[in-house]
Design a protein around this ligand. Sequence first.
Ligand SMILES: Nc1ncnc2c1ncn2[C@@H]1O[C@H](COP(=O)(O)OP(=O)(O)OP(=O)(O)O)[C@@H](O)[C@H]1O
Ligand SMILES: [Mg+2]
Length: 416
Amino acid sequence: MTLSIATPRVFAPLLKPSRYKGVWGGRGSGKSHFFAEAVVEKCLMQPGTRVVCVREVQKSLKDSVKRLIEDKIEALGVGDRFNVKSAEIGTPGGGVIVFQGLQDHTAESVKSLEGFNVAWAEEAQSLSARSLELLRPTIRAPGSEIWASWNPRNAADPIDQLLRGITPPSDAIVVRANYSDNPFFPPELEAEREFDQRTKPDRYGHIWLGDYEPVAIGAIWDRLVLHRNRRAEVPPMARILVAVDPAVSSERGSDEHGIVVVGIGQDGRGYLLADYTLRGTPLQWAGRAVAALDEFGADAIVIERNQGGDMCAQTLRTIRPHLRIIEVVATRGKHVRAEPIAALYSLDRISHVGTFQRLEDQMCQMTAGGYEGEGSPDRVDALVWGFTELFPTINRGAAKPPPRVERVGGAGSWMG
Ligand SMILES: Nc1ncnc2c1ncn2[C@@H]1O[C@H](COP(=O)(O)OP(=O)(O)OP(=O)(O)O)[C@@H](O)[C@H]1O
Ligand SMILES: [Mg+2]
């Protein structure tokens, strides 16, 4: 049979055999489509081919490239040669395509992949060092290949170190692809791209051109540490707080009200669980904070009382009269307060459950000299208040008055 696949020029170097093949770049460059077609092509040309499509975390097959590969099988008109099942795809000559999360594997279980001919890691920027170490020696069939596609985050991420570092493997072919290299770039994505170019100039290079994420020089938080400790699931928790840094005024264009949910796990580590920051009236932020308290079964709301005096606590009590509120007072600059918390992150004692793009951008623009981002780092402020309350000993010896704790009991209150 003759298969005709129109391949964008940028991917041409990848059409010959090589142990490692990598494509990195911004959104919409055609990376996923290229590798999906390459999977189908390889299965057709080499009967019996076994392919594993991996990600760091795969909660369900919906997270995988299964659907994309099925679409390619259809589009290339070769549906009669494949056997699409619920969890895998049978390929010509008794081969198979499977879809797995590397985080679910152990050194033992990963051995089940030893006979595979191709491993394609999609969203490879998320691969942990452990996962790459598991995968590389596992894919060992004669002529087997490891493919990776990714949108780079940080030069120190394991996939960047492997394929874009100072000493990449000698048999690696790695290309950069961007939307401008994609002849199929659809108008819907072009509209998104133009919107981001206008509204997010600081993130544009990362999202659309494949640049690393923006980081301020001298930042006290390190993106790598955030990524390294990231978790997909909330662990069993010991204590949860909602922390709020209310903005002074609620006029349009003014700062956001930072609202985050933080906690300590039964393992003694800190976890960031949610970021509900918003712009709005006092009743809106108070309502959001109380809803977050209920959603997570939090103990209390931590709130900065500096600017609003008693107003903030009063606003919260308008929403819910009996509420445990912990008021804290800022006596030191933002970045000075933030440093002990950043230190806990560096010690791998705090994890984010999920990704918090805007908060993490703010964190990585806090420097020892102050905040270098635009506006005010309200999300970080709220986070710092929350973790300072959860890890009180880190501030021991600092010239900081103890927080004023108000407990309001009575029927129907939190005390029951
Ligand atoms: N070979 C192709 N055939 C048809 N359409 C394509 C092809 N390659 C890319 N496209 C179009 O371009 C879009 C972007 O391609 P793709 O999703 O592969 O990019 P990507 O680099 O993986 O982007 P992201 O980083 O957003 O995942 C697709 O949604 C599709 O519309
Ligand atoms: Mg993609």
